[in-house]
Ligand binder design. Structure first.
Ligand code: CA2
Length: 144
């Protein structure tokens, strides 16, 4: 099984500020943990991060015919982007929305998610473990 793991703006800065919200793990260490987990579960994981909305759209489109599922943390674009929603709908792959923080317990604007409508599940507030949970969920779904 091949998964496209897509991260939006500022996630490359993990670990350098706001540890109370996003934890202390940095982005490189998160990627290493995703790769290690993928290996133990027989998943091929391609990890991508961009601060640019159009690049994220391109990456979602590139998953079509090339991946079996998408794990996406769109960062702040979660709360604004119809383009990401449309791209996820267009490719039609099972996608899981991940948030490191519990967006439901934060500012009102973070409680709106445009992408959610195109996702089979949302994992929010489980820290960076949420990425691994999302991968497991897609693996189980693929095997069912
Ligand atoms: O909780 C999440 O994973 C978020 O998707 C993270 C986004 C935020 O805009 C979403 O509302 C929830 C922010 C990405 C990381 O932002 C940083 C801010 C300061 C220091 C390091 C990263």
């Amino acid at each position: 099984m091949k998964l496209s793991i897509i991260n939006g703006p500022n996630l490359n800065l993990l670990g350098i500020r706001e540890p109370g919200i996003y934890g202390t793990e940095n982005y490189e260490s998160l990627c290493a943990r995703i790769r290690d987990f993928a290996q133990t579960r027989g998943i091929e994981a391609e990890i991508y991060q961009s601060n640019h909305e159009g690049d994220l759209v391109d990456r979602i489109q590139a998953a079509y015919g090339n991946a079996d599922g998408i794990v996406i943390n769109p960062g702040a674009y979660t709360h604004t982007s119809v383009a990401l929603l449309d791209a996820l709908k267009a490719v039609g792959l099972p996608a899981v929305e991940v948030h490191i923080s519990d967006v439901s317990a934060r500012e009102a604007f973070r409680q709106i998610s445009y992408v959610r409508e195109a996702c089979v599940a949302t994992i929010s507030g489980h820290g960076t473990d949420g990425y691994l949970e999302a991968m497991e969920l897609l693996l189980e779904r693929c095997r069912a």
